[in-house]
Design a protein around this ligand. Sequence first.
Ligand code: IPM
Ligand code: MN
Length: 353
Amino acid sequence: MSKTHKIAVIAGDGTGPEVIKEGLKVLGAVSKIANFKYTLKEFSYGAGRYLETKEVLSDAELQGLKGFDAIYLGAVGDPRVKPGILEQGLLLKLRFGLHQYINLRPIKLYPGVDTPLKNKGPEDIDFVVVRENNEGLYVGEGEFIKKGTKDEVALQVSRNTRKGVERCIRYAFEFTRKRNRRKKLLLCGKTNVLTYAWDLWQRTFNEVAKEYPDISTDYAHVDAICMWMVKNPEWFDVIVTDNMFGDIITDLGAMIQGGMGIAAGGNINPEGVSMFEPIGGSAPKYTGKNVINPLAAICALAMLLEQLGEEKAAQMVENSVMYVTANKLKSLSARKMGYSTTEVGDLVVENLK
Ligand code: IPM
Ligand code: MN
């Protein structure tokens, strides 16, 4: 008997519940075809609960999530809650508390999807960003000096540890090898200005590279990478970078792959529980209208399945998404798909094979 996967579901805020519902519909269908078993447990963490109870995510609740095989997350953020509370108290607490030290973000243009880049197609836009997910500017360290005065100074620390940097870089090399495309790993940094942090990253990268003679390596500054992502996205295979640069370049990446309607990511703890999410956010203005694109959440589900070892199911879901983008949807944008949220979920189910 194969294993029953225990999946925790945090549908979250805004359009999160609507897109997760479609993802779970696809999960139900693909589990029958690929023949695997799973259980779901839903958690109501998010804005609604916070507004009622003032609780975002307790330490005990965080610990409780360690008992699952994967977490499926919808979206975090609500206009009724001050920015930062849910993002830090829920999303970042999960990423840090569960030691999900990799944020894996594929940038892949599917057939039939419009990219704003002129003369570029699916063969040109297909790379993956490995974003460090537990350190850098996201550690929340800093201070105000003379707050509220004319001499005020605000410090925001970027913490980069040898161990944290090395495990991320090592993961990126392993991933590049396993992906087995062009076997090119590019370090994205800013060695010319951030001379402490990127000295550590570059030294670590060069040392670890010696263990992977089959992978060719390169380095580029983050600003140049932004330029090339627009001009020559076909140059990239795998990019590894820190938390902040990874945050920024993956929004640019999402745009060239067709927008937030399709962009998915995984928060990976290779030794623990990983969490998968559409990266687009809670889209409050589309909430409850059945117009948001669920494909990003469905792509996140495919990543979740792959992490659980259900590679065949993951591939079926991705293939179906590609069929739907190539043959059905008019656009990937909310309201313009030519179908409702639930109809897009149905299309993916109907085309699983
Ligand atoms: C993302 C988001 C988050 C981040 C926010 C919501 C904290 O932008 O997943 O990229 O900055 O990591
Ligand atoms: Mn972001």
